[in-house]
Write a protein that binds this ligand. Structure first.
Ligand code: C2E
Ligand code: CA
Ligand code: CA
Ligand code: CA
Length: 276
């Protein structure tokens, strides 16, 4: 009995080692991915429901690795956070997005914001704000044409620090959105204090608009409260006309989702290859 216990233990340990080895391998490949040009940003439009105009693009990172193929950001952002790579990656994303914002606004009659997703690990780095300022100056882009999105849950973990950093960003003129709203546990009391301009209602609420009366009530309430707090509301993951019409009826300000467009590579947007 002793022997078999030991054997199991050895087997378990080997399994753990294999796992961390795989992770380390992926970390190393990700480290080189920027230099090797394996990362690319796609952009997904956000549309103003009042006039059907595109007023913003969200940058979403893509990694096409020769070893792994397409890797979802949901998978590699976590690895970047654990390995300390996230700040380098985030700076790369921010610079690319600034360049794109400049380009897209040159040919647009209305102002278009380009926003990036920021990990809280990145946000809390002591050099974050100075890195952001440096890039804004280097690219010479108007900060009013840049936005960041940060998830509600991550924000709450260290509220006071994050609050100060978000305030600095807003002072710079950068738009701040609270991502995946409704999935975390922020109380309404916190909502009053979070330095933010926009709430993004999570896709899970939008999905059930049709067949779930409770979600309808929740969405309506979120929109009403947000407006009372002078925040705008975006609904994400909108896939059907029916969802769009309902959201319009609820006075939601903006929508984003496959109904309007999937995230697209920069060339397709510059060429104007899609219509809304
Ligand atoms: P997110 O910020 O909540 O982005 C929304 C996700 O839903 C994206 O997945 C987008 O492609 C997808 N999506 C948009 N509209 C629809 C729709 O109508 N239907 C469906 N089914 N999906 C839709 P993606 O691009 O795989 O990104 C996943 C997550 O990875 C993002 O969630 C974000 O948290 C993170 N992420 C992406 N790019 C970056 C980045 O540059 N930096 C950081 N830190 N995180 C990023
Ligand atoms: Ca987002
Ligand atoms: Ca989201
Ligand atoms: Ca999400």
């Amino acid at each position: 009995a002793k022997d078999s216990g030991r054997a199991r233990y050895v087997y378990f340990e080997k399994n753990m080692n294999e796992k961390s080895f795989e992770k380390m391998q992926m970390q190393n490949k990700l480290r080189n991915a920027i230099e090797k040009d394996e990362l690319v940003l796609y952009y997904q439009p956000k549309v103003d429901l009042k006039n059907n105009k595109i007023i913003e693009y969200e940058a979403l990172i893509r990694w096409v690795s020769p070893d792994y193929g397409f890797v979802s950001p949901d998978r590699f952002i976590g690895i970047a956070e654990e390995s300390g790579l996230i700040s380098k990656l985030g700076a790369w994303v921010f610079e690319k997005a600034c360049e794109f914002s400049k380009k897209i606004n040159k040919n647009s009659e209305n102002d278009i914001i380009v926003s990036v997703n920021v990990s809280v690990v990145e946000l809390m780095n002591v050099n974050y704000i100075s890195a952001i300022k440096k890039i804004l100056e280097k690219i010479e882009v108007n900060p009013n044409l840049i936005g960041i999105e940060i998830t509600e849950t991550a924000l709450m973990e260290s509220f006071e620090t994050n609050e100060a950093i978000l305030n600095e960003l807003i002072e710079l003129g950068i738009q701040v959105s609270l991502d995946d709203f409704g999935t975390g546990y922020s109380s309404l009391n916190y909502l009053k204090k979070i330095p933010t301009n926009i709430l993004k209602i999570d896709k899970s609420f939008v999905d059930d608009i049709k067949n779930d009366e409770i979600d309808e009530t929740i969405i309506k309430a979120i929109i009403e409260i947000a407006h009372k707090l002078n925040l705008e509301v975006v609904a994400e993951g909108v896939e059907t006309e029916e969802q769009k019409n309902k959201l319009k009826e609820y006075k939601c300000d903006q929508i984003q989702g496959y109904l309007v467009s999937k995230p697209l590579p920069e060339e397709d947007i510059i060429k104007g290859d899609f219509s809304i």
